[in-house]
Design a protein around this ligand. Structure first.
Ligand SMILES: *[C@@H]1O[C@H](CO)[C@@H](O)[C@H](O)[C@H]1NC(C)=O
Ligand SMILES: *[C@@H]1O[C@H](CO)[C@@H](O)[C@H](O)[C@H]1NC(C)=O
Ligand SMILES: *[C@@H]1O[C@H](CO)[C@@H](O)[C@H](O)[C@H]1NC(C)=O
Ligand SMILES: *[C@@H]1O[C@H](CO)[C@@H](O)[C@H](O)[C@H]1NC(C)=O
Ligand SMILES: *[C@@H]1O[C@H](CO)[C@@H](O)[C@H](O)[C@H]1NC(C)=O
Ligand SMILES: *[C@@H]1O[C@H](CO)[C@@H](O)[C@H](O)[C@H]1NC(C)=O
Length: 369
């Protein structure tokens, strides 16, 4: 009795769990089932899952209930049910018109009726609002968020209440805001914000407190901060950017930034980090990954914690994917050298803790557990 009190059985620091990820690929007909063991610090390819397409899975996204995986492949947004043994069963697709067939990005709602927003990346293409059935399987397009002929939207994000859709317009160098009515399904344009020449917004993410939208500028190789009005959903550019390249680099056109996401906090907490990366355009020359600390109350950026070279260029990926189980871990994909890694953040530093070579170029990975 006394001994048990003196030597508690639970050691708080070790997680000692196996976590599951799915990774899509830019080509082929396989989606990878991957495990990360946080005690052994190992990544293992456990399943080559056959997809119902021979043209890759260039963007994948889980639904909020983790019952379905949505996949963008040329010409289609597809829906797969996640089975108990973490396999995927193809269920349905929404087919795209031939002029907007580049299914490139998917945002799944966190609230009922769990609408899925799919964006083909090509000039003038709309974001499709796609309905799902009770089990989350994709049904049909019921509305569009429209842009204009100069727009080419590469990424979207929803507000915490799922009542506004934010679109990063890479070709049109702008950010668009649309309102979305969950009851009526109606989508309306609310705001268009041109970005400074040479920015090219690629992806964006809305802080869970609703007060900020952080945008990754692909051409600018930077993170830009936009203040959000929680009532109107409108944004105000803060004229504040943080570079994703070391100071002194004059060759920013040799890089193209790609992703920005928050670390995933425990329920009810505020994210600690904003994590972002840029790719180098030359295999053999590293891209960069960076994290910023965020103020707990305001959600504003406090400081850039680190800016580190990635293992290789990132290829067309270097897509960061924050872990579900700890804010200090994230995955990153490299399609130039065909691998996935897990990194850990330690104060103002970060490092690779697990590496898995793959036979093909991974696009983005999502954590299932
Ligand atoms: C997955 O496919 C690759 C390439 O064919 C092969 O090397 C690997 O052993 C397979 N892994 C599993 C778990 O099936
Ligand atoms: C899309 O759905 C149609 C109709 O069910 C089916 O014939 C086609 O094979 C599917 N294609 C893909 C790539 O999912
Ligand atoms: C959405 O846009 C597509 C292509 O622009 C069009 O074919 C479709 O009719 C639109 N759907 C709705 C519900 O507005
Ligand atoms: C697209 O819309 C924005 C905002 O109204 C405008 O500034 C831009 O010139 C438009 N581009 C085209 C090609 O219409
Ligand atoms: C941002 O700041 C720069 C440098 O002070 C200034 O030249 C530019 O006009 C500002 N842009 C906006 C949109 O406020
Ligand atoms: C860009 O310039 C830096 C500094 O001169 C150099 O180290 C780096 O290799 C260059 N990057 C590419 C992708 O060429």
């Amino acid at each position: 009795m006394l001994l048990r009190n003196l030597f508690p059985l639970v050691i708080a620091s070790a997680l000692a769990e196996v976590h599951h990820l799915f990774s899509g690929f830019f080509s082929g007909s396989t989606i990878a089932g991957i495990e990360f063991d946080d005690a052994a610090l190992s990544l293992t390819l456990v399943k080559n899952i056959s997809s119902s397409s021979d043209d890759g899975s260039k963007w994948i996204s889980l639904d909020a209930r983790k019952a379905n995986l949505y996949v963008g492949t040329t010409g289609y947004f597809q829906s797969y049910e996640i089975t108990d043994d973490l396999d995927l069963t193809y269920e349905s697709n929404v087919s795209l018109s031939s002029d907007c067939s580049n299914a490139n990005f998917i945002t799944a709602s966190s609230k009922s009726p769990f609408t899925v927003f799919g964006t083909p990346y090509s000039g003038g293409c709309s974001t499709l609002a796609i309905s799902v059935d009770d089990s989350g399987t994709l049904q049909e397009t019921f509305a569009n968020a429209t842009y204009n002929s100069s727009a080419g939207v590469h990424g979207t994000a929803l507000s915490p209440g799922n009542d506004f859709l934010y679109s990063a317009d890479d070709m049109g160098n702008a950010v668009w805001v649309h309102s979305y009515d969950r009851q009526s399904g109606e989508i309306q344009e609310v705001q268009y914000l041109a970005a400074a020449t040479g920015s090219n917004p690629r992806h964006l993410t809305v802080h869970p407190n609703g007060k900020w939208v952080y945008v990754v500028y692909e051409e600018g190789n930077s993170i830009a901060t936009y203040k959000r009005d929680t009532g109107t959903g409108k944004l105000k550019f803060q004229n504040e950017t943080y570079s994703l390249l070391p100071s002194g680099f004059t060759n920013s056109s040799s890089y193209w930034a790609d992703e920005v996401l928050f670390s995933i906090p425990a329920e009810g907490s505020s994210p600690k980090y904003l994590i972002a990366a840029t790719r180098s355009r030359t295999t053999g020359i590293s891209g960069y990954v960076s994290a910023f600390s965020l103020a707990t109350e305001s959600g504003g950026i406090e400081e850039q914690l680190f800016l580190l070279p990635t293992t290789n260029s990132g290829g067309s990926a270097n897509a960061v994917s924050p872990a579900l189980f700890s804010e200090n871990y994230f995955a990153i994909t490299d399609s130039g050298s065909n691998f996935i890694e897990v990194w850990t953040i330690d104060g103002k530093d970060a490092s690779v803790i697990a590496h898995l070579n793959l036979e093909n170029g991974p696009a983005n990975a999502v954590w299932y557990s």
